[in-house]
Design a protein around this ligand. Structure first.
Ligand code: B3K
Ligand code: ZN
Length: 865
């Protein structure tokens, strides 16, 4: 596979100001006729014009009004030498959407035709300059059978439609906003429509339309509500208004990722759009709200201002994730949202950044750009934007956004252009800060402290430890406070000046000290509040101090964090005991601290449900000196069991108290109550009592929403009981024909701490509801199994071989999904001995495949290196 470098970027030789497409859908193929107005884009000699085109059946090319033209055709390009600087080309080709199982370009999901063109799918529809810095005004005519395809949709406004002979009809769409072709979309099919409307702050009425399979009309309300909230929020907080008169969303079952922000015509994975209380959990409702928002926010950050090239991907993704995170935080609990965002960042991005496929948020090179839609580009990218926000504040940040749109609306730009806007608006210099864009790996910040009794001063010293040899020190914000022994916030005084009780310090050298004055006693520091920088904090803190912060820190994130650090220290001790074959004993200080939190009056249920949960297996194994998920899992269970035992009565009582049978309402408060209640249930089932199994069984049987029903199923999945088997069987019978809900059944079993195995996976892939061509099912079965660390890393290597075989199978028809699954081998470098040999064999089996896609090759070859 070829490597492409950012340093080789060159402006396009030609532009395409206008694109007119006609797409005719027939039974056995689709015919695409394009009429492209092309213009030379430099002042020198005329160069050849190389149009991208892949998997296309070429039919003809000519200048408008002429007969023939000299051209060269290969499997990747159609090349001509233009006769003038300004001309119109007419090209015809055919495509085969029915057999397009890679789900890129124009393909079929069930009976629906739909497209996915980001990043480089448009070249699989027709010959084009498929690059994001070529922006064009599109007019699209679609023709198809009117019985099979009553809906014909594309971007922009419908300007014409009508009947044709032979039971066919047509529709013509015109998008007034020039856009790169990756934002082009087309949908044809028999879909139900649910609609609504939104009036913008300037008084324009926007029609909102959701298109779904017939029968799913009752699952659209939440997406529509979320869309209206997004539109309002973007007006209120960012002063951004929608620009077309129509906003359409189509939900399809076969989709490689979550959703796509095509101009005026978003296409969604049905799991990320459709919900009602019976078919979706709180987590689904929340995620749908945030994805609907994310795609909507792209209309400005991504579509109106787009990326110059794909190395700039974080320009739109990091910024848009930051925006959707802020949206969720403004609408729900900010504290809970921040904790969950950081948890996700550490469990996915930190791991990626420590593994073989680590890359900067702005990569310098790639083999296959599809491999770079990563937690690094998205989530770490959002953290980088957040640091700017933390350092300059909301009002300067908004001025920066204004500047960004003033300078770059309608353009394809770079991350430097964004940072420049922020610099101009805030008067700051972010030259050093930009290292966050080009260096990979999570930096560590070591902190030491010193209290000087006589001088009443407290000194904090921060030292940066970088990941790679060539790295240079970062510029980053440290939000902090100091607590006295009563848990009160202390005034921060430096060099005689007061900074209130909370401030943001900035680090820019490898070691920096800050002296806080006027302190009568040694304070307890609360550092990196709200996780103000994406770093690993290394600071020796006594267990007593962590317990203290868990009780008193005014910053919810750090309160949670103190508990997690305390639990991790304990799990580490338990792992040691297990390794030494000693009887593991759980420290009373730890149990007391958590029991106190559970009963604390100054924390809400949603927070407690998060803070009372033991750290994730990933976050534990990432800190192990020797990677050992089996021991980590055991230690984790010992701590959970001890917490359950120590609080059994309280958990049982509070489970009952919140087990009210009210109607399901999705809002932050109810969501918090449900998660607390289900956390109680989860802990109770750690205890071997038939009563608690009945409790879960009863909740499973009588729940009036999927959140509670599925939580009961998951609680039962921790046990080996007939209740578990009955619930699983019941769930399958109930939902086996539902493309969305049944996936939970696969994921819950594949990811279960008890009972999952390669044998089980081989059984599940044979049930009728499974389909390896559907990416959601692949993620829920094989993806969930590969994320089940003790199973995937089983000593005999069976997990590795199962996943390797599936990657090889997927590689032959859907390289993107195969490559995604290949990332499961990321711990290769941390393995030892026989375990490593087993994984190596599995990886070598993949690498040896003929016709290995560049997607899979890039991931696996970098893993083996
Ligand atoms: N921009 C799309 C992602 C496209 C992924 C292509 N492999 C969705 C999003 O980030 O909103
Ligand atoms: Zn996005």
């Amino acid at each position: 596979a070829n490597t492409i470098y950012l340093k080789d970027y060159q402006e396009p030789d030609y532009l395409i100001p206008k694109t007119q497409l006609t797409v005719e859908i027939f039974d056995d193929c689709a015919r695409v006729s394009s009429r492209l107005s092309i213009k030379k884009n430099h002042s020198g000699e005329r160069r050849e014009l190389k149009l991208n085109g892949e998997n296309l059946s070429f039919i003809s090319v000519k200048y408008v009004g002429e007969e023939s033209i000299a051209y060269d055709l290969c499997d990747k390009y159609l090349t001509i030498v233009p006769k003038s600087d300004d001309f119109i080309l007419e090209i015809v080709n055919e495509i085969d959407p029915k057999n397009n199982k890679a789900l890129e370009g124009l393909y079929q999901s069930g009976d629906i035709y739909c497209t996915q063109n980001e990043p480089e799918g448009f070249r699989k529809i027709c010959y084009y300059l498929d690059r994001s810095d070529v922006m064009s005004s599109f007019t699209t005519r679609i023709e198809a059978d009117k019985v099979d395809f009553p809906r014909l949709l594309s971007n922009g406004n419908l300007i014409d439609s009508g009947e044709m002979t032979g039971d066919r009809h047509y529709a013509v769409w015109e998008d007034p906003f020039p856009k790169p072709c990756y934002l082009f979309a087309l949908v044809a099919g028999d879909l139900a429509k649910v609609d609504d409307n939104f009036t913008t702050k300037s008084g324009r009425e926007i029609a909102l339309e959701i298109f779904v399979d017939h029968g799913n009309e009752d699952r659209c309300e939440h997406a529509l509500e979320s869309l209206k909230k997004s539109m309002k929020w973007d007006e209120d907080r960012f002063d951004l208004e929608y620009d077309l008169d129509l906003y359409m969303i189509v939900a399809v079952d076969a989709f490689n990722m979550g959703a796509m922000e095509n101009k005026g015509l978003n296409i969604f994975n049905s799991t990320c759009a459709l919900a009602n209380p019976d078919t979706a959990t709180d987590a689904n409702f929340f995620r749908i709200e945030s994805i609907i928002a994310h795609e909507y926010f792209h209309n400005w950050t991504g579509n109106r201002v787009t990326c110059r090239d794909w190395f700039q991907l974080t320009l739109k993704e990091g910024l848009t994730v930051f925006r959707d995170q802020e949206f969720s935080a403004d609408l729900n609990s900010r504290a809970v949202c921040r904790i969950e965002d950081v948890r996700a960042l550490r469990d996915s991005q930190f791991v990626e950044d420590a593994g073989p496929n680590a890359h900067p948020i702005k990569p310098a090179s790639y083999m296959e750009i599809n491999n770079f839609y990563t937690p690094t580009v998205y989530e770490k990218g959002a953290e980088v934007i957040r640091m700017i926000h933390t350092m300059i504040g909301e009002s300067n940040f908004q001025l920066g956004m204004k500047k960004y749109f003033d300078l770059f609306d309608g353009k394809a730009v770079t991350t430097e252009d964004f940072v420049h806007s922020m610099e101009v608006a805030s008067g700051r210099d972010f030259k050093q800060f930009k290292r966050w864009y080009s260096q990979s790996g999570t930096p560590t910040v070591q902190v030491t402290s010193k209290f000087d009794e006589g001088a009443d001063t407290f000194t904090l010293t921060f030292t940066q430890k970088l990941k790679n040899k060539s790295d240079q020190v970062y510029h980053l914000p440290v939000k902090l406070g100091l607590l006295d022994s009563n848990g009160e916030e202390l005034e921060l005084i430096m060099q005689g000046k007061s900074f209130g009780t909370e401030t943001v310090l900035e680090l820019h050298t490898d070691s920096q000290s800050f002296v806080f004055e006027g302190l009568k006693e040694k304070p307890v520091p609360s550092l990196f509040r709200a996780f103000s920088a994406p770093i690993i904090l290394e600071m020796e803190t006594k267990r007593e101090d962590l317990a203290f912060l868990l009780s008193y820190d005014s910053d919810s994130f750090n309160r949670y964090e103190a508990g997690q650090r305390l639990a991790k220290l304990e799990i580490e001790s338990l792992c040691e005991a297990l390794r030494d074959n000693k009887v593991p004993q759980v420290d009373h200080l730890v149990l007391d601290a958590f029991s106190k939190l559970l009963r604390s009056a100054n924390a809400d249920e949603a927070f407690k449900a998060l803070a009372f949960a033991v750290p994730s297996l990933v976050s534990i194994t990432e800190q192990q000196k020797e990677f050992s998920p089996v021991i980590a899992q055991k230690a984790r269970e010992i701590l959970s069991h001890a917490l359950a035992e120590a609080n059994e009565d309280y958990l049982a009582e509070h489970f009952n108290r919140y087990n009210a049978k009210e109607n399901y309402v999705f809002n932050a408060e109810n969501m918090g109550l449900r998660s607390f209640k289900n956390m109680c249930l989860h802990y109770l089932l750690k205890l071997p009592k038939a009563d608690y199994i009945s409790l879960a069984q009863d909740q499973y049987d009588t729940a009036n929403n999927l959140t509670d029903r599925f939580a009961a199923l998951q609680a039962l999945l921790q046990t080996q009981s007939t209740a578990r088997d009955e619930a699983l069987e019941h769930f399958y019978d109930l939902w086996k024909d539902d493309a969305i809900v049944i996936n939970k059944w696969f994921a819950a079993q594949a990811g279960a701490p008890v009972g999952s195995s390669d044998q089980l996976i081989k059984k599940l892939e044979n049930v009728e509801a499974f389909d390896i061509q559907n990416p959601n099912k692949v993620r829920c079965l094989y993806g969930a199994f590969a994320a089940n660390l003790p199973q995937f890393h089983k000593e005999d290597g069976s997990g590795y071989h199962l996943i390797a075989d599936k990657i090889i199978e997927l590689n032959s028809f859907n390289p993107q999904i195969a490559a995604g699954l290949s990332k499961a081998f990321k711990k290769f470098g941390a393995l030892k001995g026989q375990q490593k040999d087993f994984m190596k064999k599995a990886l070598e089996k993949i690498i040896a495949v003929d016709d290995l896609s560049p997607d899979v090759y890039e991931i696996v070859s970098k893993t083996l290196k």
